[in-house]
Structures are given as C-alpha cells and as structure tokens.
Ligand binder design. Structure first.
Ligand SMILES: [Zn+2]
Ligand SMILES: [Zn+2]
Ligand SMILES: [Zn+2]
Ligand SMILES: [Zn+2]
Ligand SMILES: [Zn+2]
Length: 469
C-alpha cells in the first residue's frame, strides 16, 4: 500500500492537480491520513491529535512526506483552541472561530490548501461545537453518526440522531462513498477524476435543452442507454429491484456521477451555445481565469464536437495567471490536439493555446482573436481579494467587446452577488442567474459559510453580452 501513496506525492509534486485530496473521512478520523484506507483511533498522532493512521508504516511515511511540518502548525492551532475554550458555542461563533484559525494558517503556510482544509473540516460536536481536540483534552468521548460517519455528538450532549437533518446525513453518506471510489479509482488508473466522452460523434443534433437531467443526457444524447432502469434518475442510488448486477451497477453509478464533475464544463458550454443560438462551424472559445482544473478536463471538450455535428473545428484558449507560460513569452501558441478516429477521418480538428496572465492583458497581444464565447468557470470574480485590481478591468473589457460570456458559480449567493456587480457595470443579461442543469453531481462539503453546506461544480450560471440599452 505505501508504494501507491508515494506515487500520489510524486504526481502531486510534478504539478498535476489531478490527485485525490485528503478525504474528509480522514480529517474526521475514520480513514488513514496516508493511504486513505480504514484508520484506527489508536494510531493517532500523539503530537497534534489530528492525524489518524492504519499502521505504523503509514504513520512513519506520512511523517517524512508531510506531517512533520503540519504537526507543528496543528499544535499552534490547538493552543489557540485552548485559549478560546467555551463550553458551548453557536454555529456563528464556531464559524467565526474557524475564520480566525484560517488566518493564522494562511500566515504560517500561505500556499498549503490541504493544511487549511484539515482545520476547516475538523471534527466537532454538532451540539456544543467543542472540537475533537478540545474534547480529547478533557477526556470527553465523541460519538460518530453511524450512518454518514461525518457528524458527531459528545457524550455530554443529547444523542446524535437529532442533531443533523436526514438530508445532510444522506448527502454526507453519498460523499463518503465518492471519496472511497476516488481513492480506488486513483490506485487503479493513476487519475483522480474519471473522464468520459460520448464515444462516437453524433450524426444528428439533439439539444441539451430537451434533456431534463444528467440521466437523460447519458441515456438519450450520449451512449449509455444501459443505465436506464439501473441507476436512479437523480443518481442518488440504484433503482430498486433492478436486474443488473449490484456491484457493476454501483461501480457504474460512481463512475458516471464522478465523471459529471469534469463533463459539466463542456456540457455547460454546449448549453450556452444553444442559448445564444451559435451556429458557427469553427468555434473559438476563451476560458478565462482557467486553472489546472480546466486543463485536466481538456480531453472532455471533444464532447462539443461529438454533440454538435455541424462544428468542424474547435479552438480553445485557456487564460489565467496560474497557468504555465511559453519559453520566452506568456503565450503557448496554438497547438493541435488529437481527435478521436471518427472525427479525424471526417477532417474535424481541435486545438488549444495557453496564456499565462490576465484576460485584459491577453486582449492586447497580436494573437488575440474575438471569440464566439468567453467562459468563466467558478471564477468568483466578484468576491476574491483580486476582484477590484484584476477582475474589474477584465469584466469591463468583456462588456465593451460585446462578446457573449458565460459565468458559473458554486452557489446561489455568489451568483446573485455577481449579478448585482454585473448590473453596476451596465451588462446586458442574455440568460439570468439560475440553477445550471449541467452542474457537477459530486458534492463538495463546505465548512465555514454554512453549517453542513455543500458546493457543486458550476452549480449556478448566467450569460451576459455587451451593455444594456
Ligand atoms: Zn494507511
Ligand atoms: Zn501530529
Ligand atoms: Zn457536545
Ligand atoms: Zn449522519
Ligand atoms: Zn471525436
């Protein structure tokens, strides 16, 4: 087992973002911090009392690779917890306390997202909101919800069954299964996220607007009719009494559910192309604020060719400050990308270019061509620290160019805030803020904004073009 764990570190340190992150199941004490297999409470790090292991071997390996540095910072956090000890806290008090510790971690290790997440996602009593470490220090036991295994009640508070809603319990349980699937998938394939496209390009166009959900898409537009009557339309589980093999059905549900996380990008684009009635044969798309995530999903963008038979070529430019630059310029020029044999035989082409920098700067270079669609996936442009300095000039440029621009966000609140800011810029909305039918189905628990909050990739969307009036 430890050999595979080392492999994960090697892939991560090469800059590939497609490695599974530390599972919430590990942070909350039932999976091993190193191999992500079942952990034991006995093999807990004695220093910080926050890292759990399945074996001495995993503990030793983790110490050398990561935990030695993390342990020190965790101990500092534990001291802060003791200084701020209260016998009971409201959710608001607890979330303010978390924000404060996040600031401490940002100062100590600015780039270490994993470390920050480990503290944000820490186990606590859902009733008095004392943390696992605070309770351990007082020899008070923490009881785990037996169903989702991610929510706790301490032995001094009333029983766990009433503390979190059944819907939260079900979402967390589903999330736990996804984490296990991802770990197994990575060990089998070396990739964290399953990528799947419709295998053969469609001969006729079928509009996504005629599909109600992902299940419809897989059955009627893509090539997975076999899931009908096996996987429930909401992907929440298998159809009861289905004749398909239980193990195969479960595996297929997990694979297709996790695949939506990346497929969400091309499908959200195709859906926006339908909305703006784009019938171009040569499509030019700018992915603005792109990160490694978009590049990992790039293989999936062939789906645009496979769903729209009239498209002959697809050119995508990824633009963002965290991307790779060319050898002597911020631009890695247009390079062709392999298509599937059927597309190739038909003479269809795909290409990609990458620009390291901000969009309004990219727009000044000679290679800039006005795109058919600009796409900003979960950019959070209105809320980040860089909202005024970096994003405002980009948004102003976009509106001035009068190009259609598709935006997505993780939640409604963020989308509505962007809408308000967009209106202040005078933007004209082609599609107002609404739920995205092609959001990823993989939940990501969120631990600061809202108790039991969950995010989905590209959950909300809107499309703007030019100025109002
Ligand atoms: Zn282990
Ligand atoms: Zn430790
Ligand atoms: Zn309690
Ligand atoms: Zn539960
Ligand atoms: Zn193809």
């Amino acid at each position: 087992m430890p050999a595979k764990c080392k492999e994960r570190e090697r892939i991560a340190s090469s800059g590939n973002p497609d490695v599974p992150s530390l599972p919430v199941g590990a942070i909350r004490g039932y999976l091993c911090f190193r191999c992500f297999g079942p952990a034991t409470n006995i093999l807990k790090c004695g220093g910080c009392k926050r890292a759990y292991y399945c074996s001495k071997a995993c503990q030793k390996l983790d110490w050398g690779l990561i935990h030695k540095n993390h342990c020190k910072i965790f101990k500092t956090i534990n001291e802060v917890e003791e200084q701020q000890y209260q016998s009971t806290r409201t959710w608001k008090e607890y979330s303010e306390y978390l924000l404060q510790t996040v600031r401490i971690i940002r100062n100590a290790a600015p780039r270490d997202e994993a470390l920050r997440y480990t503290v944000q996602a820490q186990a606590y009593c859902s009733s008095c909101r004392r943390t696992a470490v605070q309770l351990t220090n007082r020899n008070i036991a923490l009881k785990r919800c037996p169903t989702c295994r991610l929510v706790f009640t301490c032995s001094e508070c009333p029983s766990s069954s009433t503390t979190h809603p059944a819907s939260v319990c079900a979402t967390y349980k589903n999330y736990g299964e996804i984490e296990n699937f991802r770990t197994a998938f990575f060990e089998d394939t070396g990739k964290a996220s399953p990528i799947t496209c419709t295998q053969f390009p469609r001969n006729t166009r079928k509009l996504l607007s005629e599909c109600g959900n992902w299940h419809d898409y897989y059955v009627h537009v893509s090539d997975k009719p076999q899931i009908k009557g096996v996987i429930r339309p909401d992907f929440g589980g298998l159809v009861e009494g289905s004749t398909a093999g239980e193990v195969e059905g479960r595996r297929m549900r997990m694979f297709l559910l996790c695949a939506t996380d990346n497929l969400s990008m091309p499908l959200t684009v195709v859906s926006a192309l339908e909305d703006i009635a784009c019938d171009a044969e040569n499509i030019n798309i700018h992915l603005v604020g792109a990160t490694g995530r978009e590049l990992v999903a790039m293989g999936n963008f062939e789906e645009i060719l496979h769903l729209i038979p009239s498209v002959r070529s697809l050119h995508i430019t990824a633009i963002g400050p965290s991307l790779m630059a060319g050898s002597d310029s911020p631009l890695i020029p247009k390079t062709s990308v392999d298509c599937c044999p059927a597309c190739k035989a038909d003479g269809r082409t795909r290409s990609i270019a990458v620009y390291k920098g901000l969009y309004h700067d990219y727009a000044k270079i000679a290679e800039f061509e006005k795109p058919d669609l600009v796409v900003l996936f979960n950019s959070g442009w209105a809320d980040g620290d860089d909202s005024v300095t970096d994003w405002a000039p980009t948004i102003e440029f976009l509106i001035g160019e009068d190009v259609p621009a598709l935006f997505t966000t993780y939640n409604r609140q963020e989308a509505e805030h962007e809408e308000e800011r967009m209106k202040a810029f005078g933007a004209r909305f082609l599609v107002g803020v609404g739920e995205n039918r092609w959001r990823g189905l993989m939940p990501t628990p969120e631990f600061i904004d809202e108790e039991y909050g969950v995010w989905y990739n590209n959950a909300f969307r809107y499309v703007v073009k030019g100025k109002e009036g």
